[in-house]
Design a binder for this molecule. Sequence first.
Ligand SMILES: Cc1cc2nc3c(=O)[nH]c(=O)nc-3n(C[C@H](O)[C@H](O)[C@H](O)COP(=O)(O)O)c2cc1C
Length: 399
Amino acid sequence: MSVFEPAMMGKLSVKNRIVRSATYEGLCDRNGMPTPGYGTMYRALAAGDCGTIITGFAYITRQGRAIQPLQAGIDSDDTIDAYKRVTDDVHSYGCRIIMQIAHTGRQTRSSRTGLPVVGVSRGASRYFREQPRVLSKEEIGVIAEQFVDAAARAQRAGFDGVQLHAAHGYLLHQFLLPSINRRRDEYGVDPSTGMAVRFLEEIIDGIRRQCSKTFALLVKLSGAVEGVPFSPLRFGGLISFLDSKKIDGIEISYGTMGNALNIFRGTSIPLDDILDHDPVYRLNHRPARFLWKLFAAPVLAARVKRFHPMYNLSYAEMAKKRYTSMPVISVGGFRSSDELHRVIESGKVDFISMCRPFIAEPDIAGKMMHRTTYRSYCINCNRCAVTTGSDLPTVCRRR
Ligand SMILES: Cc1cc2nc3c(=O)[nH]c(=O)nc-3n(C[C@H](O)[C@H](O)[C@H](O)COP(=O)(O)O)c2cc1C
């Protein structure tokens, strides 16, 4: 396999094996409608030789909105025309574009959505700290339909497919995690398999029924979560389940938003940006900031895993080697063309996905194509990540 040759991602033909991983844009208005800046950003990625773009997470219903105020929405037909202009433009560069669709479940705040926070079971997220109301079976059925409707809208808007966000502790992931899902009904963990895939399966089957055969369906998973012992049996079972569903691509990430800095690892923690912009930690009072840095920051720092290159590769490699013949995408810590070549040419995974390098340089795919020793400008300072809770668009804030 070669990085810069055309390939198949499930049923999609793509021009290379580089994927822009889902990245919150901060370029929609408060009703989730893409602004012109959203299109400009995606045009730059497509013009920069990226093979496949996965959009930032788009909410499928207002109750499932994230705390990021300028998140994209795909909950209404009114958005279709605006997205269609973007997908047409991206396609004119021979680039594929997939929309990531999501429901936040307990990982949001009612002050942001204007609605009660809901979840699979009781228990608040460590970061969001709001006790969710437990979803009834009827409500779960409605959300599954909202996912299907959102996928159908994405298809009408010209997207090549959707990616279900079943990673990072959002609603689909909440169902999959036995540490969160303590339901006793059919949406709970099946004692015979140790898995709880019914909700995911209903959505996958619904999308297959509703959308065309050429419309791709990807799933993003967290390979592991801190504090939850890694179970190869459960991980393998989940990948084998997706394999049986003939998913077009499985992207493997890490963690939950309860400990977001372990999803996108860094070399240090941007404390001032957190205190300036984070909706939960924001503090203006100078003495309080000083005390927070003195007492709270070390507690936060102790929980943070350090960045190392390609930090999620082992899970993706395991999935490909043992459990599936479907395309496997690895995300997390790819920074140089040398890493891409080594990993793809050795057949460890099928696609490489990057987020922060594309924020820093939208044309990084082309640079990596032309220079086999190219290294990303990104230094993993995570200033781009911790400002997403504010009204700012996602840009590289490296100083
Ligand atoms: C600013 C920012 C926004 C992100 N938005 C999303 C998102 O909308 N959906 C998602 O699944 N992951 C999101 N992520 C996580 C990335 O897709 C990716 O999994 C993670 O950053 C690791 O990849 P990297 O080392 O190439 O940055 C985001 C990360 C950052 C830094």
